[in-house]
Write a protein that binds this ligand. Structure first.
Ligand code: MN
Length: 497
């Protein structure tokens, strides 16, 4: 059992906030804007590269010049359908683009083309992985396709706000969950799972720091046992999993405090300030009718055929849950280990390369226990691992063929993590090797027995523990290079004679 599983019972306990007189639960729904991985924008051929010179990737459509007409990019729709299938969701063969009207300087058309009444993707679900291999299903309400706005830059000029339209018109998938999330931990697991799914499918790069996945969090609280939902607040644009988890905790505590001091929670949009660790009111929440949605007269309803959807379904990449199940079935791994190894596509690929032709459980153990610890400590992702899968494999081979002991393998592993290098070279350089030659081991065992008649008598008198002492003597005599398993077996045999 892994150390983290000791927490299993704690993890299964519902997340509650203890108020003055009662306990409260938190209800969370998440809206994720995921940028479609595509070379061109949703309604224009302009490029979408991150970090390009401001306003260098703007077509006349993106800048909303009069008379310019949007032309739908079929690849973006394919990516969204693929994502919808990955969310186990219904694909709507007819969907409608509508105008969401509001004024802002980075929205030159005065409206965003989005989907409202009839989204491309309907209801679905994802499984989230919780502590110790347990999981929970979170409902998906919809996924709709829409265009992004430009960016307002407030910190580039003392008196002006500058506008960069590179992002204007980039395709987004807005993925709306049901209010099924009940704790910060579940919210974190949901976001990580969503990110894993889009990365496995290659439909979004899932990079929250660069803004290709942005999260709005809807939070409300209610006394444990109540069934009615209370007023919720929306925390906008939280840009990391950790901050989403913190924001939920802080906001839930704030709402409990408001109720317990006799106040009422107002429906509003709030911001999370990670440096202060608090949410702040931004503006009163607008309602859907404020936006005056109506079907965009420049665009026909989007009509797909069942064959088109079936074609995408037939070419789906393996999803994280499928890969997890395969690891359980084919490699005999626990649900927990399988979930950990498949959470990131790169980690799963690393593991499979390592496990190829080797003991899959041994490989899983080394990746989860040793490699992940090193990556954690060095703040690296597996893509920049200091130890390649092939080099780690070579190290495991040295160990399983008894060329080095498990303890020596650990030592070589540490050296590889610190300074790189091939395991064979480190073994040679440090003079590490294990004595497995039967003749040499027998001589060492014979010497130990001949030199310690008192301890031999103790063993024969029934003191079994003295065997460990003998092993220690022999390890010392061989400078730790004897194979402990073989020494043990030889000792038993010889002491019984
Ligand atoms: Mn949106």
């Amino acid at each position: 059992m892994r150390a983290s599983c000791i927490k299993e019972n704690i993890a299964k306990m519902p997340y509650v906030i203890h108020g003055e007189n009662r306990d409260w639960e938190v209800i969370v729904g998440l809206e994720v804007h995921a940028q479609v991985k595509s070379k061109a924008k949703l309604f224009s051929g302009a490029a979408t590269d991150f970090g390009a010179e401001p306003n260098s990737q703007v077509s006349l459509v993106d800048a909303a010049f009069p008379g310019m007409l949007p032309v739908l990019n079929g690849f973006c729709i394919e990516q969204a359908v693929r994502t919808g299938i990955g969310l186990n969701a219904a694909i709507n063969l007819v969907s409608v683009f509508e105008r969401k009207n509001y004024f802002y300087a980075d929205l030159p058309a005065g409206y965003q083309i989005s989907q409202y009444q009839r989204p491309l993707v309907g209801e679905g679900w994802v499984n989230i992985d919780l502590a110790c291999g347990s999981s929970k299903r979170i409902g998906i309400e919809r996924l709709h396709v829409e265009q992004d706005a430009g960016k307002s830059l407030h910190d580039q000029h003392p008196t002006y706000t500058l506008i960069d339209l590179n992002r204007a018109g980039v395709a987004l998938m807005e993925i709306v969950s049901r209010p099924d999330v009940r704790s910060p931990e579940e919210a974190g697991a949901y976001l990580r799972k969503l990110r894993a799914i889009v990365r496995y499918l290659d439909t979004c790069d899932g990079n929250m720091e660069q803004g290709s996945m942005r999260c709005d969090v809807n939070v409300s609280v209610r006394p444990v046992g109540d069934n009615e939902l209370r007023t919720r607040t929306e925390i906008k644009n939280v840009n990391s999993v950790r901050f989403v988890m913190q924001a939920i905790e802080r906001e839930a505590e704030r709402q409990v405090e408001v109720y317990e001091t006799g106040g009422a929670v107002r429906q509003e949009t709030r911001l999370y300030d990670p440096t202060k660790g608090e949410t702040r009111a931004m503006r009163a929440k607008e309602f859907a009718h404020d936006y005056r949605y109506f079907p965009d007269p420049d665009l026909l309803p989007l009509t797909l055929t069942a064959e088109y959807v079936a074609g995408i379904r037939a070419t789906m990449a393996e999803l994280p849950d499928q890969r997890k199940q395969r690891y359980i079935d084919d490699y005999g791994l626990s649900a927990y280990d399988a979930a950990v190894l498949t959470a990131e596509k790169e980690a799963a690929e690393y593991y499979e390369r390592l496990a190829d032709g080797r003991d899959p459980k041994l490989a899983a153990n080394w990746v989860i226990t040793n490699l992940f610890a090193v990556l954690n400590k060095q703040g690296r992702s597996i893509a920049n691992s200091p130890i390649s899968a092939d080099d780690l494999g070579a190290l495991l081979d040295l160990m399983t063929t008894n060329k080095i002991s498990g303890r020596q393998a650990k030592e070589v592993f540490e050296a590889m993590a610190e300074g790189g290098g091939k395991p064979e070279a480190i073994v040679a350089e440090r003079g590490l090797s294990q004595i497995t030659d039967a003749g040499a081991l027998e001589a060492a065992v014979d010497a130990a027995i001949a030199g310690n008649p008192k301890q031999v008598a103790q063993f024969r008198g029934g003191n079994d523990k003295i065997l460990g002492w003998f092993v220690g003597q022999i390890m010392k005599a061989t400078k730790g290079q004897a194979n402990p398993g073989q020494v043990n077996a030889l000792l038993r045999k010889k002491l019984k004679d």
